[in-house]
Design a protein around this ligand. Structure first.
Ligand SMILES: [Zn+2]
Length: 440
């Protein structure tokens, strides 16, 4: 198996200078393509004074306007279902995804035959990097969610795919007992939920034969306590992978060194990291934090220029012993979820880290409750419900005080902790909702 360390060595170990040169040529081509075929980008580029102008350098990309998710939504309201940003004939769309809308109406993502192939290539590189090999039989628990088809493409190419879907616990258990499943693709918080479901069925998670979990979709696999707990529970490896239904279903994955998720979609998308407040593009160096912005390089259906993902990332490394040259990231939160408490940025995932550090007295399940709209709703103390396992009332009182003190010390904000019994709060199979708005 080690005879093939990379799926696509030419892409994954490309010299940075070569990649930069090739990326610039692709960007120029993609820009000319949208300028000719997308009324959405014709309008945006004209407004920015860039229509008909080429790119002199990679750095010049930062002079082009961003694309916001809200603009794509409005574009599809104007011309449903694909929107004004469709750059191919509708009849060339071969697969149609929808992404879950937080506003109630999904947005639609079309892929041409070639788009399907490039997304599949990025997914296979990523999963191979994460450890997927031909002997793996992989139930996919994220379907019917949009990007699952691209993941299935990857599993079908390398190993064996078992589409399962969410809320199908018995079917998933059967996949392990009767169908030889030995791997799992799910969101990062799902394995702990699955462990509870197994406990209710009197099944020992370590007897499933699970070797590797590909976890993604939310920060979690990279949080040391979450990873440790899941790996101990199932006796397997948990590897973090990431992508996005808008820009590329799967583009990032950890290798065996687990320093962060390698960028694996060379030649397919071009990632930038920006300061989310100023929009300035930042140099990609270890330790840099900012928002991930992605530009398509060869998309036919709905190419996106400088798409703001709203994912807050940390650059973990730019060199790795595995030989891959794609830089590494960890997702540290969402710009959308950010709370600003008296001028201090508070990421809900960071709050979860602190609370989870009290395990086993806590189980990492919490709900940050906003009683009023910001800024009043974010005035301290911030009300946080936390599930706990403290054995006595005295122990619970001590735990409450200790959590409040540690939040004050580590995250510099004042919280009012309300301890609640296990299972009092919702447990999510998909992305955990850490913040609950209790106002309309
Ligand atoms: Zn590596």
């Amino acid at each position: 198996m080690n005879a093939r360390p990379y799926w696509n060595p030419a892409a994954e170990t490309i010299a940075p200078a070569t990649l930069a040169r090739e990326t610039l040529a692709q960007l120029q081509h993609q820009l000319a393509y949208v300028s000719a075929r997308s009324t959405f980008y014709q309008r945006k580029l004209a407004a920015a004074g860039r229509l008909g102008r080429s790119l002199a350098s990679l750095e010049a990309l930062s002079e082009l306007p961003f694309t916001e998710k809200s603009e794509l939504r409005e574009s599809q309201l104007a011309i449903p279902p694909y929107g004004e940003h469709l750059a191919c004939a509708p009849s060339e769309v071969r697969r149609l995804y929808s992404t879950s809308g937080t506003t109630g109406r999904p947005t639609y993502i079309g892929l041409t035959t070639r788009d399907i192939a490039t997304w599949r290539e990025a997914a296979i590189r990523s999963f191979w990097c994460a450890g997927l090999r031909p002997e793996h039989v992989v139930p996919v628990v994220v379907s019917p969610f949009v990007v699952a088809a691209s993941y299935a493409d990857a599993f079908e190419t390398v190993g064996t795919c078992i589409p399962v879907g969410v809320n199908m616990t018995d079917r998933l258990v059967d996949a392990f007992r009767f169908a030889g499943a030995n791997a799992l693709l799910c969101t990062s918080s799902y394995p702990l939920h699955f462990a509870q479901a197994l406990a209710q069925r009197d099944i020992d998670p370590r007897q499933l034969g699970l070797k590797i979990i590909f976890g993604g979709g939310e920060p979690g696999a990279s949080i040391p306590w979450v990873r440790q707990q899941i790996e101990d529970t199932f006796g397997c490896q948990l590897v973090e992978v990431s992508g996005n239904g808008d820009y590329c279903a799967m583009a990032w994955a950890e290798c065996e060194h687990r320093l962060g998720m390698h960028f694996s979609a060379q030649g397919i998308i071009y990632p930038e990291i920006i300061d989310p407040d100023t929009g300035v593009s930042l140099a990609i160096e270890a330790g840099v934090r900012g928002e991930l912005v992605c530009t398509s390089l060869q998309r036919e259906s709905q190419p996106l220029l400088r798409f703001r993902t709203r994912d807050q990332v940390l650059v973990t490394h730019t060199e790795c012993a595995c030989g891959r040259t794609g830089f590494g990231i960890r997702i540290i939160g969402r710009t959308d979820d950010l709370l600003i408490v008296r001028g201090v940025n508070v990421y809900p995932s960071a709050v979860r880290d602190v609370i989870a550090s009290f395990a086993p007295l806590t189980n990492g399940i919490l709900e940050i409750q906003l009683l009023q709209p910001p800024p009043a709703g974010w005035e301290p103390p911030v009300h946080i419900k936390v599930e706990h396992h403290a054995p006595t009332t005295a122990a619970a009182a001590e735990l409450k005080q200790a959590i409040e003190a540690r939040l004050r010390e580590k995250l510099i904000f004042r919280a009012e902790i309300e301890l609640v019994p296990p299972n009092a709060l919702p447990h999510y199979e998909y992305k955990a909702q850490l913040v609950k708005k209790l106002f309309t």
